[in-house]
Design a protein around this ligand. Structure first.
Ligand SMILES: C[S@@+](CC[C@H](N)C(=O)[O-])C[C@H]1O[C@@H](n2cnc3c(N)ncnc32)[C@H](O)[C@@H]1O
Length: 273
């Protein structure tokens, strides 16, 4: 779920298919009828499914179908899925929390585009939105996944003890916000326009994930692991460029939707870099 255009998705699918086949071969001695696999690739309807389908591995040993729509709601018939996998997608919120865009609310996020260095109420609004969204995701999957099925969730997050404003990605989003404010000060866009732009992403902690899964009550938590970030050997310039590309790939469509032609993306991301 949240497959994007590949290729990471194909690696995940191959790993799962191989793991299930291995397990099957160890448990069942008559291998004349190995199980066949139907893999559903889901993302928003606007995802580039053409690119995804034209880059499918040619020698795959599974069948494929595309399923457009938001994973925060129902996508499949009841009891029709055995394994659900989602990576780097659940950090995307279904919406910016309403209070954050409400000028009369204490959670209003003036002068910033993200929550991590904002006041407690703004952070709480994002935290609550993430918990609501994850609850909707689990609720929908509870209907769709067969009894005894499995959900694997990989999310970028933070350690229980790491404050929001010390998370690397969060710092990057704050820097993007300050670049936008610089552009507002130069008259390229307005401060109101920046105030009303907020990034709908949230970095949860293991404790928050655990609490939401437990409160939801439909699934039991089999394993929860924090994976270390791989240390890169890149120079600082290479790292800055990589972060800039990464953030641009994820956010350009939202920035264009909000700022239209006022902001030239190359200028914004040059400044960010
Ligand atoms: C950073 S990409 C991750 C792609 C791939 N899973 C990977 O690990 O490389 C996040 C993807 O999640 C999708 N996504 C975000 N929110 C979604 C939602 N509510 N329903 C379906 N897809 C969603 C985005 O459209 C995007 O393609």
């Amino acid at each position: 779920m949240g497959c994007s255009v590949g290729p990471n998705t194909f690696v995940a699918v191959q790993n799962i298919v191989e793991a299930v086949l291995n397990k099957y071969q160890n448990l069942v001695h008559d291998h004349s009828g190995l199980p066949e696999f139907l893999v559903f690739l889901n993302d928003h309807a606007l995802n580039d499914f053409n690119t995804l389908f034209t880059s499918l591995p040619p020698d795959r040993n599974y069948y494929i179908a595309g399923v457009p729509g938001s994973f925060h709601g129902r996508l499949f018939p009841a009891d029709s899925l055995h394994i659900v996998h989602t990576s780097y997608a659940l950090q995307w919120l279904s919406q910016v929390p309403e209070e954050v865009e409400d000028v009369s609310s204490p959670a209003w996020n003036k002068g910033r585009v993200y929550y991590s260095s904002a006041g407690d109420q703004t952070v709480k609004a994002y935290e609550d939105q993430f918990a609501r969204d994850l609850d909707c995701f689990l609720h929908a999957r509870a209907k769709e996944v067969v009894c005894g099925g499995l959900i694997m969730i990989l999310v970028p997050g933070r350690l229980n003890t790491t404050p929001h404003d010390r998370v690397f990605s969060n710092i990057s989003y704050d820097i993007l916000g300050s670049c936008l404010m610089d552009m507002a000060k130069m008259g390229i866009t307005s401060e109101e326009k920046v105030d009303s732009f907020n990034i709908p992403i949230y970095f949860s902690s293991p404790r928050e994930l655990e609490a939401t899964v437990e409160k939801n009550g439909y699934f039991s938590l089999e394993r929860l692991e924090c994976l270390p970030l791989k240390k890169s050997q890149d120079t600082i310039q290479q790292k800055a460029r990589a972060v800039s590309y990464h953030i641009r790939a994820g956010l350009e469509f939202l920035l264009k939707e909000h700022f239209g032609n006022e902001i030239i993306m190359d200028e914004l991301f040059d400044s960010f870099q």
